[in-house]
Design a protein around this ligand. Sequence first.
Ligand code: 3HC
Length: 285
Amino acid sequence: MVIKKVGIIGCGLMGSGIAEITARAGYDVLVTEVNEEFLKKGIARIEASTQKAVDKGKSTAAERTATLARIKGSTKIEDVKSCQLVVEAVIEKMDEKKRVFGILDAACPPETILASNTSSLSITEIAGSTKRPDKVLGLHFFSPVPVMKLLEVVRTIMVKDEVVEAGVAYGKAVGKETVVCKDAPGFIVNQLYLPYTLVAIRQWERGLATKEDIDKAMSLGLNYPMGPFTLMDFVGLDIHYNACMSIFEETKDPAYFPPPVLKKMIQAGHLGRKTGKGFYDYPGK
Ligand code: 3HC
């Protein structure tokens, strides 16, 4: 099936980034949010990011205008029924994912491909809750979506090969390098990345080094663009914690069990950059 129009469910940090790169690649995009206020915020994020791309010389003002013109918004999930591919990027809660996929399954024609951007929940469980498990796959983007080059394409034991191939082709069309991975908690990247960040927290807690020096060691010693504490603050400690817990709950592997300090920080509202405080302070945020 030829994909011309892509639906994006959720216009938060990930959904707005996916909408942006999809429209930039020439697809028509319909992005949905729960209400007008969130939709407005999401579209404003896309406007700011596409402006940054122009300022950085990655795109022209005319391309930006054309990209923005391809993006339409709605507060009704059902409106994506005219899309050939739908990418869900809502909150990382299984109940909510299933609710959204239930609406999509009922509204979209049977040939529509449904994808989830989840980083740690089971694609198999999401697919199994629909009447089209052979058309459901994972498309896991990384933050910030317009900049990060990778897309993990996640295959279940039910999905058809041509659906995986369509996911890979879409990833390439939106400018990403793709890797195909089986549906296993954390896929490739988060299985490597999450335990490493938790080791960093444990190193800091037992006084091995300051968090600044642990960050410095990883960014200069291994050429990581950000050390673990800076990156956790960037991603959001709540998102980080939920990703760790959902993998821990599924695998019972202690490597994913977050040190209690992470939960305490979340309870205190210290979620990272977005709240102005996480492992570091971000005055003015
Ligand atoms: N559109 C297109 N290009 C853009 C852009 C935009 N909106 N904004 C920035 N860029 C380009 C810039 O032009 C620049 O390109 P260049 O290298 O060719 O000059 C590049 O992107 C970097 O941009 P900046 O110069 O503005 O920013 P920095 O150099 O400070 O890098 C960063 C910022 C990209 C966030 C970098 O620090 C980084 O890579 N950090 C690590 C991010 C990471 O690991 N993300 C994964 C998080 S984990 C995740 O998402 C999984 C989840 O499941 C938990």
